[in-house]
Design a protein around this ligand. Structure first.
Ligand code: PAZ
Length: 350
């Protein structure tokens, strides 16, 4: 039988179990989408972080992806600052908008704090502070201004319910949730934007070949040889199937009216542009943003039907603040989204 992409995708959803959180996450997304649709606010579904590929049903070992979620968490803050409501579909425990400034950093969050009035701990405070009557804790003076600004933006997003955090772990839970959320967002039509920055595994272990329990080194067969090599010639061979390509389904069926932006990561500079163009041709979505592992925080390339455009951060000088590249990427994506909305309103084709 010839396995078409449609068949392999249908087969994937029929043979893998949905995550136990699917119904709850779909209901949360439904209410969120309704609220912002009523308020005529554009909504972006932003995916972030890496998916895992479990090797066992009762998972002890899994294959992981390097992504920390920096691109996604940072971009989410810029989308919020430009008036979008954000569904943040992210790898559990990866970076989150706002808290990213203080979590996963080389500092322990306690390093941002000091005891009120404790001379020497935080010189600026120590100089000015009076001894507190009761022990208290404060943010160190040098972090206060920035933390206040982050806190205000975070509280504003919370108060207006502009940010919905939905976690995933495995590639399967990611795909089931993406599909369900896309369907929930259909009512938004053109106002919906998909910004797919998650690093999604291309391969997985199908349920039919998945070990139930922790793989035991003693059960692994010896693969020939005289047994004198490392491990006595034993090898754990991991046999993975390709994950069906979902982008086409997303574009054509799950979110046919939305603007869809995907990221493409490569390590070989010679391949980056051709892979971005290939992705655009294959899936017919609106924009591919290419980036290289080694330079992803300094430059990206936009590839769409109009051509290519590099976006780079300015050289950080001695006194100048480092510019987050997402502060350049997100407004450029939003411009394209607004242009698309304008074109659809006027019925112009492009
Ligand atoms: O999460 P991070 O900031 O460390 O990395 C971001 C990224 C490189 C995963 C993202 O920009 C990206 O390219 N995502 C798509 C990866 C892919 O080609 O599947």
């Amino acid at each position: 039988m010839n396995i078409t992409p449609e068949l392999s995708e249908t087969h994937y959803f029929e043979t893998n179990l949905p995550p136990s959180t699917l119904a709850e996450h779909t209901a949360l997304a439904n209410a969120f989408v309704k609220q912002h649709h009523d308020a005529k606010r554009p909504v972006v579904l932003l995916t972030s972080g890496g998916t895992t590929v479990p090797l066992e049903n009762q998972t002890v070992r899994f294959i992981d992806n390097f992504s920390a979620g920096t691109r996604g968490a940072t971009s989410a803050e810029y989308f919020l600052s430009h008036g979008y409501a954000v569904i943040f579909l992210h790898r559990q425990f990866s970076l989150l908008p706002f808290s990213r400034h203080y979590s996963h950093s080389t500092n322990c969050f306690l390093d941002f704090l000091s005891e009120w009035g404790r001379i020497g701990e935080d010189e600026e405070d120590g100089g000015k502070a009076e001894q507190a009557a009761t022990p208290d804790v404060v943010v160190k003076a040098k972090y206060r201004q920035e933390m206040l600004s982050v806190l205000r933006k975070y509280q504003e997003a919370k108060k207006k319910n502009l940010l919905l955090l939905l976690p995933f772990t495995t590639v399967t839970s990611y795909l089931f949730t993406l599909k369900a959320l896309a369907c929930e967002m259909q009512c938004l039509g053109n106002e919906a934007l998909f910004y797919l920055a998650a690093a999604v595994s291309d391969f997985f272990v199908p349920p039919s070949r998945m070990a139930e329990h922790k793989i035991q080194s003693g059960d692994i067969p010896s693969l020939g040889g005289d047994g004198s090599g490392v491990g006595g010639g034993k090898k754990l061979i991991v046999d993975l199937d390709p994950v069906p390509k979902f982008l086409k389904r997303l574009v054509e069926q799950w979110a046919p009216q939305a603007m869809i932006v995907s990221f493409k990561l490569e390590t070989d500079p010679q391949m980056l542009l051709s892979k971005c163009r290939q992705s655009l041709e294959r899936y017919s979505h609106h924009l591919v943003i290419g980036n290289l592992l080694s330079t992803r925080k300094r430059e990206v390339v936009f590839v769409d039907r109009e051509g290519i455009e590099w976006i780079r951060t300015p050289e950080a000088g001695q006194d100048s603040e480092e510019v987050e590249i997402e502060s350049l990427i997100v407004p450029a994506v939003i411009r394209k989204h607004q242009e698309m909305l304008e074109r659809r309103k006027t019925g112009a084709k492009k």
